[in-house]
Design a protein around this ligand. Sequence first.
Ligand SMILES: [Zn+2]
Length: 227
Amino acid sequence: MLESIIDLFFPKVCAGCKSLINTNEYVVCTTCRHELPLTNHHLNPENEAFKKFYGRIPVEYVSAFLYFHKKGMVQELIHNLKYKGGQEIGTFLGEWYATDLENCQIMKEIDAIIPVPLHKKRMKERGYNQVTNFGLALSTGFKIPLNDTLLVRKVYSKTQSKKNLLGRIDGIESVFDVDFKEEDSNKHYLLIDDVLTTGATLEACSKALLKIPGIKISIVCMAMAHS
Ligand SMILES: [Zn+2]
């Protein structure tokens, strides 16, 4: 009852195309849902996202759920997720991707899910880490704990866009660090992020994590930049 009154005054719109969505639709409308550019990386372990890390860091598995195109629907979704408080978008993408990854053997080996961390100052500004809900949906789907304290971002980078423009920020290697105990050793960690572009951030996160003895790393992203 209350929900339908709220809907009357604040009708829900599709996070992809802004058209009104029906009560049986969640986050995006049926049309957008069918138009989402799926990568199907999970069907091919030797996929393009995995190959991005060749010769850079040792990774067991890498996949991205969607293709990210400039001015495309996925850009709109990620923008709403990051800057417009659209946290349910992360849940939507995570729940869907969890069903895609269900037959993926590697998911049975993961000990913890680790979101790429925000600096605590950025966290305060935004109020949330845009990757958390995506991670929580995977965490629920696979019954794997989410760990958002092991990996920390030490450096506050003023503009995110500057980083995207240059592909990497200076000294990104020293941006992340780990705060680990002996029991964190010999685990397989799943690093998660929003958009995979150059991979510089994930590479830096992985290098920090690799300070922990005997660990393995896999990576899952919501999307991957595609031209
Ligand atoms: Zn739509």
